[in-house]
Design a binder for this molecule. Structure first.
Ligand code: 6R9
Length: 571
């Protein structure tokens, strides 16, 4: 097989002529897809839910398939319109107004989506939090955002220091609470009493709708602020990149505490009126394959870390399942190792399409489309309507094949509009009208972008620049290696040496021979200078909830330094 390039399969794809569209496209063309282009009345919740509920052809279509170990339910667009109207009425009753911050701290569930759209319908700003956050992480976010209301569950309430948060006026509890002390609002009781009709609060395209907190390498997490305008890009990229069509059944595995779980777990599919699968509970290869099979999922959006777990479970895990309905797979969050793409071709007979974007970009920016060739290891090409480039530290564009700052020309529709309460921080992202991503990359003569690393992760060993991703990818090609995290460790002679942390696949035990074999494998496969001088076997590799290897944390452990903000660390 030619691994340099994987060609396009026959198919009726959106964006069938990438080059032409890229040259001619203007975001104004998308506006007519929304009712506000005719009525002037804007609200992303209306476009995602109510517009379909008011369409006789779509009102009874299943919008949400929810599946968790103890619940399996479906909701139509009409159901979601009504339940979010009910919650909007609850919010009004308790005085929530346009611009207020209302946070949601609970597992994925149908109630989550009613609450989320209810918040948007009153014009308030939603702040979704990962259910696994512990007290400090919850406190930081509620304090910084000055949220006035929180929607949570009785189980998670103990991690909310509510008596110490001056701005937090009200807490809505979803679920039975036996020893209710203090005055909480009972979600189900209020919903039962609330009217199913509601007059949506019309907003401006530039009004806020979402605050996503993300951690940088230093300091407290920052609130990335998004506006209703983002819907234009959510909608259009969900067509071009996720290739969503009317009859698709779509599954995004991301939690809405992460931007992927909102932009493409909520907005992308529902703005396009597609049936959306949401799965609660824990990951296991069997559950995941069963989900794909039982709901006849056609389009799937997940992350390299998940694909690698499935890959290490082997082909016997996939064999019992019929995945013949699946026609398109996409990936985000960290580099997609070529090894995983090769596995995907075997396991699913499909290409896995890598997509690059960030919390700050709000939507997909550089992607592999079903309609272009894939070069494994590359993130693909910019979304039409978005200009991406590589610039030096002075803000000058660099020619092909030169590594530099991956940058996006401001503005684009889904771009963040502020860092909450920190205008100087926001300004610091921009240079000569370029948004500086903090990633390093280069593009080749054909315009494909190649990720090199977070700028702070690139290793310089004896004057050679080595991207940790390259080494990690090579390591996991070794049959014994399940996962790998690679850092640069300071070294008096060489500047840095490469240190790799690995976990082993089932059936392998650590021995000097094995570690030596792994090192030889990298040396042979990559190069001597990219070979880890140190190799350490671990039980697990620290990752963020969105699946990114936390090299910063590995490095702190290695050097005995303080670990900084670890609120996004997966358990
Ligand atoms: C959507 C999301 C953003 C950072 C980004 C980069 C890394 C994301 C990637 C990727 C290589 C890809 N990243 N996608 N790196 N290839 N396809 O992940 O947002 O959590 O804000 O992370 O993730 O380093 O700068 P966010």
């Amino acid at each position: 097989m030619n691994m340099e390039r994987i060609g396009v399969k026959e198919g009726n794809y959106h964006l069938s002529n990438y080059d032409k569209t890229y040259q001619q496209f203007d975001w104004d063309e998308v506006k007519q897809a929304f009712s506000w282009s005719r009525t002037g009345k804007v609200n992303i919740a209306y476009e995602a839910i109510d517009r379909h509920a008011e369409n006789p052809m779509k009102t009874d279509q299943v919008a949400l398939i929810y599946s968790s170990p103890d619940r399996e339910e479906t909701y139509t667009f009409s159901d979601l319109k009504q339940s979010s109207n009910q919650f909007a009425n609850v919010l009004k009753k308790y005085g929530i107004e346009k611009g207020d911050r209302v946070f949601i701290f609970m597992p994925r569930s149908p109630e989550f989506y009613s609450a989320f759209f209810g918040i948007l319908k009153v014009g308030a700003i939603a702040g979704p939090l990962f259910e696994a956050f512990m007290e400090q992480a919850v406190r930081d976010r509620l304090e910084d955002s000055e949220a006035s209301m929180l929607v949570t569950t009785p189980e998670l309430l103990e991690r909310v220091p509510h008596k110490e948060l001056a701005h937090l006026k009200q807490i809505v509890l979803v679920g039975e609470d036996d020893n209710k002390e203090g005055s909480f609002i009972d979600f189900h009781e209020e919903m039962n009493q609330a009217s199913k009709s509601f007059d949506v609060e019309w907003v401006d395209l530039e009004d806020g709708m979402l605050l996503h907190y993300t951690s940088g390498s230093t300091g407290k997490p920052k609130g990335v602020y998004h506006v209703h305008h983002a819907m234009i890009q959510h909608y259009q990229t969900a067509k071009w990149v996720l290739d969503l069509h009317e009859n698709d059944v779509y599954w995004c595995t991301a939690d809405p505490g992460w931007v992927t779980g909102t932009s493409y777990g909520i907005f992308g599919p529902w703005l396009n009126g597609v049936t959306n699968v949401v799965v609660g509970g824990r990951f296991s290869p069997e559950n995941w394959y069963k989900t794909l099979q039982d709901y006849e999922v056609t389009v799937w959006y997940s992350a390299p870390t998940a694909f690698r777990k499935l890959m290490s479970a082997g082909s016997q895990a996939i064999e019992p399942f019929d995945l013949s309905k699946l026609r398109h797979i996409t990936s985000v969050g960290e580099p997609l190792n070529p090894e995983v793409i090769v596995w995907g071709l075997e396991a699913f007979k499909l290409r896995i399409h890598d997509t690059w974007w960030m919390t700050e970009t709000g939507a997909q920016v550089i992607c592999n489309y079903p309609a272009i060739d894939i070069k494994p290891g590359s993130m693909g090409k910019p979304v039409p309507g978005v200009v991406a480039s590589i610039i030096d530290n002075e803000g000058n564009e660099l020619p092909p094949n030169q590594m530099g700052n991956l940058a996006i020309k401001a503005p684009w529709p889904s771009m963040m509009r502020a860092i909450w309460k920190r205008p100087e921080k926001y300004e610091s992202y921009f240079l000569n009208n370029w948004y500086i991503s903090g990633d390093s990359a280069y593009y080749d003569e054909e315009g494909y972008f190649w990720f090199q690393g977070r700028l702070d992760d690139v290793i310089n060993t004896s004057g050679e620049r080595v991207g940790p991703f390259e080494v990690e990818s090579k390591l996991i090609e070794h049959p014994a290696v399940a996962e790998a995290g690679v850092i640069g460790k300071p070294h008096p002679e060489r500047g840095e040496i490469i240190k790799a942390f690995i976990t082993l696949n089932e059936g392998y035990v650590q021995s000097d021979e094995l570690l030596d074999d792994i090192r030889q494998f990298v040396k042979k496969g990559l190069s001597a200078h990219a070979t880890p001088r140190e190799l350490e076997v671990k039980d697990s590799i620290p990752k963020t909830r969105s699946g990114k290897i936390m090299r910063r944390l590995l490095k702190s452990w290695e050097l005995g330094l303080p670990t900084g903000d670890v609120s996004t660390l997966e358990e």
